[in-house]
Write a new protein. Structure first.
Length: 671
């Protein structure tokens, strides 16, 4: 409230009473006494006014202090708001600066995208391929997800990956790759922003279509002949190769399927080898001859030759009939070419011999036949007087097991040796087949359960054709008690396919069972035996045109494989026989190119079935014989059959593997 004006107080009368002045004393005293009547009441009112005003002043002072404190708080709050506003202003300024920098980076990225400018480099080792790929690049790049981006090898620009940014948290960049060129790992990259991927081309743009006009090839610059001439960078797909040289290879092609047409100027020998397949083998070309080279991979090549005189190349004569032939079947010798021109050599390695077992009551046993020798063939040009060294390896020697002496006697077969035909431009090797294996149960009266493996066929190398010989079948299990199993030998891969004799698995839950498989033929293997129940079974030999049937039931003896219909000659040997049938009496031999049949024998039938040329001998098992027992004889190059005998008074013997041989042919079109 506002201060109250003080009440009025009458002033004391004047002049004051003077005692010495008798004339005025009474009047003045009366005046003073009158004033004193009202003066106390006036003094009281004045005191009350002063007190009220003092109280009001005190309260006003307190209120002023409170208001001052409140004002001070408001001032502090205002000061805080001012500081926060100052900070926000600073942040706004920083954001403005960052936005400006982002705008500049975006402008630079747009410019980079437009120009293909490199925005970063990386030394990350990355495998070229599709999917997410991780790179380490400098930090601070403005790379947002889904931006089109490209990484190019700095050392080989033909290698690159293209895709979009999957994630970037400097310095780690992940690119989702959707397109590539090249292969392998790259550890030095140039990275740039790209434009978005264009639309797919019309169907057929890359997968093929029809030309609307001539497709004209370009003539390249001449290339000097050398051991490895660069025909890929001559500037055209037709070129001259000039000079004399033995060509053993070529630089890497731009891509598989690349091809060049090459015209020869000079004398150039195209050497057949592991990376250069010359059709017909090594060839010598003269001026005006031509050849086409096609890259099967970037580092392996196939060459087809065209002679200037129009004559067929050696490769084109490979399957044609030659007019002269010589068969070499014994030991080592030197052969001399009688004329100049194309020759063909077929070399077959020797076969392995089968294994044998002599056993007795309660000792189940198994034996496998021998593997066949490898085959290699080559057509080549020879000059009259050229000398060639021929070595024919020895066949696997026969093995024999004497009569048992209270314990089974097992003897593994022997492997064949190595054969070769070596001379100018020719180095043919044919390895012998492996010997068969023998096995017996570890516990009398229990079935044989550890497999007795078959013998592998021999390999071959150095020819236009080189194939491994056929293997012999395995014995996987026998019955308990009195049980025996023997497999036939493998055949030579004359048709290019390796055929094996059948394997044997007898029923382990029964107390007896015998099994024998035939030898393989050149047209098919012999059937296998998978016995269910107690009893015996034998399969026929493979034929020259098909396999023999398998056996699954006791007392089954299958037919031999099919023969070639009519009289068919696979030059230079007629191979048209049927396989011998499976038998439980006298064994049945196979015809030419066919395996001998399997045999469950007994006196007087104790000889396994022989095979025709190139085929495997039949396996044989014999019970209670009083005669010597023999496995089946192998044809040339084939494996001989295994033999297992039970309670025999005489040895059990396998035959030798088939002998190695070489066939040399020459003369074509009267040459």
């Amino acid at each position: 409230m506002a201060a109250i004006e003080p009440p009025k107080i009458d002033p004391a009368p004047t002049p004051m009473i003077q005692r010495r002045d008798r004339n005025t004393f009474s009047d003045r005293l009366d005046a003073v006494m009158t004033w004193l009547v009202n003066a106390p009441q006036q003094f009281y009112q004045l005191a009350r006014n002063v007190w009220a005003n003092a109280v009001d002043a005190f309260n006003s002072a307190n209120r002023a202090e409170e208001r001052a404190a409140a004002a001070a708080g408001k001032a502090g709050e205002a000061s805080g708001f001012a500081v926060a506003a100052s900070e926000q202003a600073g942040k706004a300024a920083s954001s403005a600066n960052l936005a400006a920098a982002s705008a500049r980076d975006a402008e630079a990225s747009a410019a980079a995208a437009a120009s293909g400018q490199i925005i970063a480099t990386s030394t990350s080792s990355v495998e070229i391929g599709l999917g997410d790929k991780a790179f380490v690049i400098p930090a601070g790049k403005q790379l947002l997800p889904n931006i089109p981006i490209m990484a190019v090898s700095s050392s080989d620009p033909g290698k690159y990956v293209v895709g979009t940014v999957a994630a970037y948290v400097g310095p780690n960049l992940t690119i989702t790759v959707t397109d590539i060129r090249g292969s392998g790992k790259v550890a030095s990259w140039n990275i740039s922003i790209t434009g978005p991927q264009g639309r797919d081309g019309r169907p057929g743009d890359l997968s093929g279509g029809n030309l609307l006009g001539a497709l004209n090839s370009k003539m390249g610059v001449p290339v000097p002949a050398s051991a490895s001439p660069d025909v890929w960078n001559a500037g055209g797909d037709i070129l001259y190769l000039t000079g004399d040289a033995d060509i053993t290879g070529f630089p890497n092609a731009p891509q598989p399927g690349a091809r060049r047409s090459v015209m020869v100027v000079g004398t150039q020998k195209l050497v057949n080898g592991p990376t250069v397949l010359v059709k017909g083998g090594t060839q010598t070309l003269k001026t005006k001859d031509e050849f086409e080279i096609v890259a099967e991979t970037v580092s392996t090549f196939r060459i087809t030759i065209s002679r200037a005189d129009g004559k067929a190349t050696t490769s084109q004569r490979r399957l044609s009939a030659f007019t002269n032939m010589e068969v070499i079947v014994a030991g080592s010798t030197t052969w001399t070419a009688k004329i100049s021109g194309p020759h063909r050599v077929t070399l077959v390695g020797p076969g392995g011999s089968g294994a044998v077992v002599s056993t007795f009551s309660g000792w189940p046993a198994g034996a496998t036949g021998g593997g066949a020798g490898g085959l290699v063939a080559k057509v080549f040009d020879a000059n009259a007087g050229d000398s060639f060294s021929i070595v024919l390896g020895s066949p696997g020697a026969p093995v024999s097991a004497p009569r048992y002496n209270n314990t089974p006697i097992l003897v593994n077969g022997n492997s064949g040796g190595t054969s070769s035909f070596i001379g100018p431009g020719v180095n043919l090797i044919a390895y012998g087949g492996k010997g068969g294996l023998a096995g017996v149960t570890s516990t009398q009266g229990s079935p044989l359960t550890v497999p007795v493996l078959g013998a592998a066929g021999g390999g071959a190398s150095g020819g236009d054709i080189a194939v491994q010989g056929g293997t012999s079948g395995a014995v996987y299990a026998t019955s308990s008690g009195n049980s025996m199993a023997a497999t036939g030998g493998g055949s030579v891969s004359w048709s290019g396919a390796a055929y094996s004799s059948g394997s044997i698995t007898l029923d382990k839950t029964v107390s007896a069972g015998f099994g024998a498989t035939g030898g393989a033929g050149i047209g098919g293997g012999s059937g296998s035996i998978t016995m269910v129940g107690q009893g015996n079974a034998a399969t026929g030999g493979g034929g020259s045109a098909g396999a023999s049937p398998s056996a699954v039931s006791p007392s089954t003896y299958t037919a031999g494989g099919l023969a070639m219909p009519g009289v068919v000659v696979l030059s230079p040997i007629a191979l048209n026989g049927a396989g011998g049938v499976g038998s439980n009496s006298a064994s049945v031999s196979g015809g030419t190119g066919a395996g001998g049949g399997g045999c469950i024998g007994g006196d007087p039938y104790v000889n396994g079935a022989g095979a025709g040329i190139l085929a495997g001998g039949g396996g044989i098992v014999v019970s209670s014989s009083t005669n010597a027992v023999y496995g089946g004889v192998a044809g040339w190059g084939g494996g001989s059959g295994a033999a297992v005998a039970y309670v025999t008074a005489y040895p059990v013997t396998s035959q030798s593997g088939g002998q190695s041989f070489a066939i040399i042919e020459w003369g074509f079109d009267g040459v």
